[in-house]
Design a protein around this ligand. Sequence first.
Ligand code: SF4
Length: 358
Amino acid sequence: MQALLTKLDLAKFPFTTEASEYIKSFNIEPVELARPELLPILERAIDRIKQGVFSGKISAELTQEDVDILAYPTALMLISVIGDDRARRRFALAEAKRAYQLLRDELPEKLLQVSRGSFGWDARIDDRDVGDSHFEFALHFEDYVRNSARIRDLRWKLVNRVLSEGYALLPREDFARLLEEEVQARVLDRTSITGLAVPPELEKYVDPLRSIIRARSQYLAADEMPRAVMAAAMPPCMRNLLSLLQTSKHISHMGRFAMAAFLLNIGTSEEELLKMFKSFTDFEERIARYQVEHIAGKRGSRRKYTAPNCNTMRTHGLCVNPDELCATITHPLTYYRRKARTLFRGRRQRNFSSRRRE
Ligand code: SF4
């Protein structure tokens, strides 16, 4: 295949095989990044991480091509070294979204080169209309299924796609969206090695970044909390479990079950729950999804589970810091509903009083 990627493209798509080859040609050792002439690379990498982790969005704007290209592997190295799994996942998602934003505006030939050359997809350009729809690509169904599996929208189910001799026909936008999934998986894969250390010369740059990420860890976890849930109405036992989750501490199987059943029963969606559970160090999406769907009554016995009652919670050492309201109830869900009602009435009363004063 004719090489279509220019240096500008490598800056846009630094995850590609071509970019890796180009990066290797510089032969820069990590310790050298502290040299004054290479500091812009380190600074751009740190900026990339901050944008990805804290705002969920990495700017697609390019500064200097070589700096942008080299900042990418540097950022991967730094986020691995920092070792915060939630930050790593947010960064991978932001890198993938940046790639999607740029890919969807590219020519089909370029997308094809990225998909085949860097990810080994069995794909081809297939410009045709079927009914009212216009397609530009044909992608082998195995590559399609592998990359669409994590996208929950029903539109992405294979049965809802136009197929032609084992290939899914796709518009450019959808082809780019599937590449986004590949990019995210690649970033996660390249940053999954733990226990790495940077040379002492780089510590003074990495330490402040690690500290900011640690300091904002609570905020990042709150960002992933379900919106519909009234956090202030949580019983002490669940508040304790959520705080263990937010700080990536160990939670027993019973604790995980209690928290999942409780949250599903107060309106948290399965997707929101899975997002929260990603901070478990032993998180495995396929298993976690099965368990969550089982508790939600969508698998096995098809029975939706409720959270354990207070006696069972006590037996398993999960009843922590019970308060006055706890003395009047026997189930964490009763606690939540009563407290939520009280808080809701209080809010309504305050709104009513302030309207009367106006
Ligand atoms: S009494 Fe029930 S709601 Fe209160 S802390 Fe114990 S388990 Fe939780």
